[in-house]
Write a protein that binds this ligand. Structure first.
Ligand SMILES: [Zn+2]
Length: 453
């Protein structure tokens, strides 16, 4: 059996692992995730290149969750000849449709501007989705003779999974992205106790989340400050998961009168649709959240909150006098409606930009959080005079301590752990920690590297 690290190796995004299982004269190829590389122009170019494997020869694709860095190239995989089966959870299937429909429209728009062939088209998205089979959590299933798999709750976003694969007498665990428990909505990542090999995410492999316990108080303080300054609080947020988690927190602050009344806008058509999908799956939430939802509480609606789907409504937000809160995508300020608000409000010191998720290298969000005085937004140099705040405790990724604790559940002997989906520094730090304290061989794979299992 061979394992190829085609993406997510020494980098956070572009996740793609190929497992090649030899069965007599036949080879069975399982791809785990097929994500887009995010970041600057160079990274964007990489997505247009040919796959480093033959998509026609991939028999199965397992999808851990519906973030674009894990699913963004699935339609391209179809376009380039993949006709195998895709397995994922029911919510991930719905979210894939939403996210990929949004992404092909972005590529078509880009293509109209640059004259370049789009990465994929509507038909590729539609056809790729016809290949999806859904599986529930915690059910061990047979894929082929002597090959089994199981999806387990990863607690990272709705429907996210840790995938276990049994083949050739060995067991490999793909962590996907692991959640940052406890969260307002989701369960903690499932504890797995057995594996020969583990691929573990390491986005925050070198850091412990600050403000972990006080995150809600910090959010409360930032909102109160915005209110007293009569400023605008901008929160760039991914439309899926980050927005819904923030809504739950804001809901609680509003209902319990912990913050003054001020208008809150969810300025993202994608977030509106994603929230509808969230409402369909109360059984996927943690006990407290599902009890509230099943009891008729709408966690995603409260006094002062408006969803703006239409462009006109989005523009009208500017006419509302501050104080106000605007939550919009994209989460890394690399596109979406947040850009219009940033261009307008970043130059004013009364305003605040609050970052609640990881900012990939090369994105405008990374430049902002690194303290740049200007940032290029919509082809204009925008001076940053607004306050820049960050609450890492809201990240949807486990921190170093939580990753270590999750790995500590495995009973020895694990043969090898690869730390993936993190920049070199954080992936190396986690690998070192595993070697030093768990006594398990660990390393950061090189992109394109193959290992024999
Ligand atoms: Zn993710």
């Amino acid at each position: 059996m061979k394992l190829y690290f085609y993406g997510g190796a020494g980098e956070v995004t572009g996740v793609k692992y190929l497992l090649e299982i030899k069965r007599g004269s036949k080879k069975i190829n399982i791809l785990v995730d097929c994500g887009i590389v995010q970041g600057g122009r160079e990274q964007a170019e990489e997505n247009y290149r040919e796959f480093p494997f033959n998509p026609k020869k991939v028999n199965y694709l397992f999808v851990t969750h519906a973030h674009i860095d894990h699913i963004g190239l699935v339609p391209k995989l179809y376009k380039d000849g993949f006709r195998g089966k895709i397995f994922t959870t029911p919510p991930t299937k719905d979210l894939m449709k939403l996210v990929l429909t949004d992404s092909y429209q972005i590529f078509e728009k880009e293509s109209r501007e640059t004259g370049k062939e789009p990465l994929y088209k509507k038909e590729d998205v539609e056809q790729a989705l016809t290949l999806v089979n859904t599986v529930d959590y915690s059910e061990k299933q047979k894929l082929e003779d002597e090959i089994y798999f199981k999806f387990n709750d990863a607690g990272h976003m709705l429907g996210s999974a840790i995938i276990e694969i049994w083949a050739s007498g060995k067991k490999i665990v793909f962590s996907g992205d692991l959640g940052n428990a406890p969260t307002p909505l989701l369960n903690p990542p499932t504890k797995i106790t057995e594996a020969d090999y583990i691929l573990v995410e390491s986005t925050y492999g070198d850091r412990v989340h600050e403000n972990r316990n006080e995150r809600k108080e910090v959010l409360e303080n930032i909102i109160e400050e915005t209110f007293s300054q009569k400023g605008v609080l901008m929160i760039p947020a991914f439309a899926v998961e980050r927005t819904q988690e923030l809504l739950c927190e804001l809901n609680e602050l509003v209902v319990n009168h912990r913050i003054p009344q001020l208008p809150i806008f969810i300025d993202s058509p994608l977030a509106v649709k994603a929230t509808e999908i969230y409402k369909r799956y109360p059984e996927y939430f943690n006990k407290e959240a599902s009890k509230l939802i099943l009891g008729g509480h709408d966690l995603f609606r409260f006094s002062g909150l408006s969803y703006t789907e239409q462009v006109e409504d989005s523009k009208a937000i500017n006419r509302i006098l501050p104080p106000k809160i605007i939550i919009a995508g994209s989460g890394m300020s690399a596109g979406g409606r947040i850009l219009f608000h940033e261009k307008f409000y970043l130059p004013n010191p009364k305003n605040c930009l609050l970052i609640t998720n990881f900012q990939v290298r090369g994105t405008p969000g990374r430049q902002i959080i690194e303290g740049n005085k200007n940032v290029k937004i919509l082809d204009e140099e925008v001076p940053i005079r607004a306050k820049i705040a960050s609450i890492e405790g809201y990240s949807s990724h486990a921190d170093q301590k939580a990753l270590y604790n999750w790995l500590d559940n495995f009973l020895k002997p694990v043969k090898h752990i690869w730390t993936v989906q993190g920049e070199e520094k954080s992936a190396e730090a986690l690998a070192q920690l595993v070697k030093d304290h768990l006594g398990i061989p660990a390393s950061v794979p090189k992109k394109g590297e193959m290992v024999e299992l």
